[in-house]
Design a protein around this ligand. Structure first.
Ligand code: FES
Length: 106
């Protein structure tokens, strides 16, 4: 179990509990975080679950894999901290994770 904080583009902080083995995207959808669309349902095929991982957490969440990297090309305003939240798997290590929601999805 991990507590994840989503910070919306407007600066609203939404705290969510996430089960180990689920994804950060699933936690966002369950908690109705605005700005996370997740149109493909987590198949790494839409890039509408794009988030920015907070600086302090980038080492823990790691780098995107090749398929995610390719799909990120379709996201809006991609930065070095960009990840697709459906590709971040929740574990105890991620307890306290902070991610920022972009201004809009692609
Ligand atoms: S939900 Fe479609 S790429 Fe993440």
């Amino acid at each position: 179990m991990a507590k994840i904080t989503f910070v919306t583009f407007d600066g609203v902080r939404i705290e969510a509990d996430a089960e180990n083995g689920s994804t950060v995207m699933e936690s966002a959808i369950r908690n109705a975080v605005p700005g996370i669309d997740a149109e493909c349902g987590g198949a790494c095929a839409c890039a509408t679950c794009h988030v920015y991982v907070d600086d302090a957490w980038q080492e823990v969440t790691g780098e995107p894999e090749a398929m995610e990297e390719d799909m990120l090309d379709f996201a809006y305003d991609v930065r070095p901290s960009s990840r697709l939240s459906c590709q971040i798997r929740v574990s105890d290590e991620l307890d306290g994770l902070v991610v920022h929601v972009p201004e809009r999805q692609a």
